[in-house]
Each structure stands twice: as C-alpha cells, then as structure tokens.
Ligand binder design. Structure first.
Ligand code: SF4
Length: 332
C-alpha cells in the first residue's frame, strides 16, 4: 500500500547517446514520481526509452557514450546524479536494485549460486560472519520459492531452469532489502505459467516489505496485473500517465488508446482483424517535428507538427501529452 512519501522523483530527465551518426536523445524531458510502497509500470514498445530511464536511475549507462544531459533524479530527497561514484555504489544494490530480463547474462556462469549470493553480503555488509552469510543466503532462496535451497547453493546457473534463475536474480536483488526494486522485463523470457508465478512472487515480496517496485515492460497485461500507476512512453517521451485503473478505463492519448485496442480479446469473434497502430515507431535519428506520434495518429492536426505537446491535465492525477486536450487547465 502506497503512502504519501515520495521516494523517487525523476524531473525533466534527458538521456542521450553519442553514436557514429551523431547524438540521439533516447529519453527526452521525462518526469515522474513514485511514492513509498507503490508499484509503478513504465510501458512502451522497444526503443521508447523505458530501459534507458531505468539505467539512468541506476547510473548504469554505458560509458562514455551514455550521457545524462539534463534533469534531476531525487532518491529519498538526494539528487543521485550529483553523488560521487562511491556514494552511488553504496546506494546501488543496497537501496535501489535491479532485475534484468535475461538472468543468464546477469548471473556469473562459472560461480555457484551460493557464492554469488555470498558476494553480495560480503560487499554490502563487511565483517559479516561466513555462517551468517550462508544462513541468510539459504533463507533468501527459500523466500523466493526455491525448493531445497541448501542444494541449489551448490549449483551453477546452467543447472537450474529459467524460472529458477529469475528467482535467484530476485534473491540477489533483495539481499540488501532495497527501498526500490526495478524489474526490467523480468518475465519476458519465461513461459506464461512461470511468468505468472514470478509476478505473484514480486507482488508478495512487495506487500511484505513495502518496497517500491518499478516494472519496465512492453506488456500491458503485466501492468494490469501488478501496477498502481503507469507511465506510457513513446519515442523517448511520456505520452500519458495515470493510475492503472484510470488508464485502462479511460485512456486519453491516441497512442495508449491504440495499444489497448490492439490487445486480442476473447469476446471478439475469431478471424476478426485486430486493430493495430498503423506505421512504425520513428527512428530516434529521424524524429518528426512536433508530436512524435503524429505520423501514426488518426487525430493528427496541423498544430501537431509545430512543437512537442506538453503534458496536459486530463483528469485527476491523469496527464496526456496531446494537443487534443489544449483546453485543459494545468500543465504537468
Ligand atoms: Fe495525435 Fe496530435 Fe495528439 Fe500527437 S498531439 S497524439 S498527433 S492529436
């Protein structure tokens, strides 16, 4: 259950990459906040900037190509973009953790699972006794639903299933009882039943600990299942933000409407053509002027080609970046 204390505030974040073809802005003026105990979903197609936003929060952008050009990221009131590397190192892992899509690329294939868990405790809790590290590691594996944790401690990542590996990744991320867990497409590589189990696990762990969870996903089903609030991103910008309930009930941005309309539903007769969003996401090298969605938008108007639309209030705690709502009063 969320309370009113804002734990993470992202303000006007601009993250760019230097490439051979020049500098591109993968995240352009993105703002959102997350309250304690809340689950936030950041949703969008691949390349929309959602993962880059997460890597910016973790300060894990590839160096030297990834650059935060502008903005602030306040964690518990501290602007983490201004922190020296050693202070950020303490926060990363201990207070903000991340789980990635493919655990095989994050787990070390040549170290046993017990060793990998132990290293986290050694790194963040120096002086912890070996027996305590072992006990804590086994307890954590047990907590994330891994059967016979004592035996799994002695196994290598390739000896367990994909679902179990993802549980190990979650155990690693939770070892330091973080305030924020960022889960980047944590279930995409898993089959549907395992996917549901992992989502249920994260939900249970969140309820128990009160940590904030930020889900990065392209899957609106995941959002509906677990999130309190949603940020919809398109081509590096926020298209719409609202509570999950409001977003599904009353989507306002034409992109969100298109995403929701393109979900197959059981009540629609078979062989009915799915509603798809025409066109493709623009390349960050060749963005259209004005609204980045305008080449795909069924409501595009002349004004849409001028400036990028600001986020406009379209309801209580509900904002959309679209000129259809210029009659609204409050900008974000
Ligand atoms: Fe469509 Fe214009 Fe709104 Fe963009 S600003 S989503 S082009 S109506």
């Amino acid at each position: 259950m969320a309370n009113d204390k804002v734990i993470l505030q992202v303000e006007n974040l601009v993250t760019a990459f230097d490439t051979e073809e020049g500098r591109i802005r993968a995240v352009d003026d993105v703002s959102f906040e997350v309250k304690k105990g809340q689950t936030l979903g950041i949703v969008g197609e691949s390349g929309c900037g959602k993962s880059v936003t997460a890597l910016s929060v973790m300060r894990l952008l590839p160096k030297p190509t990834g650059i935060i050009e502008n903005g602030r990221i306040l964690f518990d009131g501290i602007d983490i973009l201004g922190l020296p590397a050693d202070r950020m190192h303490e926060i990363r892992g201990r207070r903000i953790s991340m789980v990635f899509q493919e655990p095989m690329t994050s787990l070390n294939p040549v170290h046993k699972i017990g060793k990998q868990l132990g290293e986290i405790f050694q790194l963040h809790f120096q002086g912890m006794a070996d027996q305590d590290i072992r006990d804590e590691s086994i307890a954590l594996l047990h907590k994330v639903g891994i059967p016979e944790p004592e035996l799994r401690m002695e196994e290598y990542p390739h000896q367990i299933s994909g679902g179990m590996r993802q549980r190990v990744m979650i155990a690693l991320a939770l070892a330091c009882k973080p305030d924020i867990l960022i889960a980047d497409e944590p279930t995409t590589a898993l089959d549907v039943t395992i996917q549901a189990q992992i989502l249920e696990l994260i939900k249970d762990l969140q309820r128990e600990s009160g940590m904030v969870v930020i889900f990065i996903t392209h899957d609106l089903g995941v959002i509906a299942e677990v999130c309190d609030d949603v940020v919809v991103m398109y081509a590096g910008k926020v298209a719409e933000t609202a509570s999950a309930f409001e977003l599904f009930k009353n989507p306002q941005h034409p992109y969100t409407q298109g995403l929701l309309n393109s979900i197959p539903r059981l009540e629609i007769p078979r062989k009915t053509k799915l509603n798809i969003i025409r066109g493709i996401v623009p390349s960050l090298y060749e963005l259209p002027s004005g609204c980045r969605f305008r080449n795909r938008c069924p409501h595009a108007m002349e004004i849409c080609a001028t400036e990028p639309p600001p986020l406009l209030s379209v309801g209580e705690d509900h904002y959309a970046s679209c000129y259809l709502y210029t009659g609204s009063q409050n900008n974000f």
